[in-house]
Design a protein around this ligand. Sequence first.
Ligand code: ITT
Length: 204
Amino acid sequence: MQAILFATTNQNKVREVEKALADAHLPLKILTRNDLTNPPAVAETGKTFTENAALKAHALANFSHLPTLADDSGLMVPALNGEPGVHSARYASDHDDAANNRKLLLKMTNLTGQQRRAVFKTVMVLSWPGNFERDLVVSGEAHGEILTQLRGPQTFGYDPLFYVPSQGLTFAEMSTKQKNSLSHRGRAVKALIKELPTWLGQFN
Ligand code: ITT
């Protein structure tokens, strides 16, 4: 079975991607940073999701010599000129979801109606060690609205504020399966699954 390293420190991403791959019955073994000894930390110095995903995939492919997948994602509010964007994980404070959500709510205090629209975006880069010119790059988006208060038990990033009108639910109120069916990450994984057999075929 083909093994792929998922180069993320975020266990929520691992849960969602593993569920999407399992639901697609894909014969893939997913390894994570927890399976490695002292994997390097990667500074996300890129200006775009794609640059940051490539930085993570390349660093961990070089380290592990495994085909390596990375996910860079974030939330963009057009009425805030795209904030938090590539800085989503450290908008108020590094990986402090409660503080990041508070900052977003504060910045949006005076925004109403269509001004509360938001887009989640994921870019995934899959790299084969030593063949980075053949990187597979896929992406996905989800459109919704930012509520004025948190809703839902799941505590991943901005999920309790991200409301999907067609479902009448926030991402934090959905099961992993339901979120995957609509989410930026779920859509990126779907695109990845479609391209994967051809991409892997180049190296086998
Ligand atoms: P890795 O870089 O190790 O993968 P990370 O959490 O630092 O993990 P990112 O740099 O891609 O990941 O930052 C993404 C941030 O955007 C994440 O920490 C959340 O705050 C937010 N985010 C991304 N996808 C999300 C989702 O599906 N639901 C809620 N928040 C999300």
